[in-house]
Design a protein around this ligand. Sequence first.
Ligand code: HEM
Length: 512
Amino acid sequence: MFEFLQKVWLPLLIILLAFLYGHFTKNFDYWKKKGVFYFEPVFLFGNIKDRILFRKAFHQFWLDTYRSMKGHKFVGFFEGRKQTLVVLDPEVINHVCIRDFSHFVDRPTLELKYPLHQRQLLNLKGQEWKKVRSLLTPAFSSGKLKIMEPLLRQCGKQLKQYLEKATDGENGAIFDMKELFGHYTMDAIATIAFGIQTDSLQNPDSEFIKSASRLTSLTIFKRLMTFFVLLFAPRLTKYLPISFANQDVMNFLASVVKDTIRHRESSNEKRADFLQMMLDANAEAKAAQKSEDGSDRSQFVMDETTIVAQSVLFMVIGFDISSSLLTFASYELALHEEIQQRLRQEIVSALEKHGEENIYEAVQDMPLLEMVFNETLRKHPPLAKIDRACTDDYTIPDTSIVIDKGVHVCIPVLGLHYDPEYYPEPEKFIPERFSPEEKSKRSPYVFLPFGIGPRNCVASRFALLSTKVAMVYLLKNFEISICEKTQIPYKYSRFTMLLKAEKGIWLNIKPL
Ligand code: HEM
């Protein structure tokens, strides 16, 4: 037997390698056959070798990729062996994300075996997505956000009180801004999505805060396994213990939501938070299900797992992304003192006019704050690209090119945001680019921090309101400046897909 193996191992190895090579390269002529301009892919990596080998940060990779594609309306690309069409042209983006959305309803996220992951809006597909999205959307209307305003004001006050204690009137104190704002946004999501009042800055040892902070902590083994399965065998994800968030923490968070739901059911207690909006929307749909018209509306109702999955999702994506906006807005304001001063004046006069208790109205009356946030999201979008999966064969308008069902489509957000054709001197921080006059001169499809179309960020208004409230409390009472630890310009971290500065963003905060 041993002798036999000694004789055959080499031919067997050659056959295996030939099979793998054939498998991983068999569709490499896909774009050529379609007549689409494409970049020559390489075995195993497709066109993302620099990313897979961590030679480049995710944001840098997509910025460079866009620049190398500039001049084409769309370009054929391979992520591993997966065919992806990268769309650069604003009008084609409009078609994919809005006008012909029915062909691109899904996001190409992976199927995992955990229901708490599968039932999240971000990952739902087709009709299921449509149903949950239509139930959730009203919960983020301006009327509902106004009701939630006192909860956010409470979080803003907590931030201010903590900073008053932690800073020295003379020299201020130095903070890792991502960490500081992470506490604020965690409190904001805890209160609106979990119905829990937390104060993670003053009380970091509460069980909820300690657990939630570990949400994205995964062992190196799990990270590597996820990475390789994603790349080489994505169809296996639903059978393996693959996850992007710590499952123990997800389960803990789910138990908190379930307990809160039970408590509200038994006590009839109501609270002006997002969890309540979901429960009410569901109760309304259930009542309508029994209405006299006899129509079956059961498809409009969410089960408990789906409700819980949304609260968990908001914690998974909401707190990190929102704290990123606050971090990079502070960074730009520290670098641009004159803009910081103008913004502070605007905040003070709007609060005088509307009163702090009407902070919702006051922030609507702060056009410079809106422009500063937009310019921050242009220069530092938390997500470098957005993706869609083609769900129905689609012919690109004015061409005979058909995108087949199953092909991925990528919109390179960061590249568009740094394209000098749309934003001259893109490295410069110029909030006035977002004045109504300047905006009207540009296509709306070249500013996409929240995505676009029916599948855009469902919580963009909440995200902007909650971050604006934090910025109001910060700038009204404190001055932000750079310090010896501030890295200028900062470098992208190579180990995350969401925007992160390699060495953190460190700034000095001093009471006024
Ligand atoms: C500054 C903060 C935020 C930014 C820049 C942001 C950005 C985005 C982007 C780019 C997408 C993908 C859109 C697309 O594919 O077209 C998205 C989706 C989503 N975001 Fe946000 N987001 C932010 C905050 C939040 C917060 C705070 C929450 C929850 C409370 C949230 C919940 C969601 C959900 C549920 C989706 C999936 C929507 C769907 O598939 O229908 N986001 N977000």
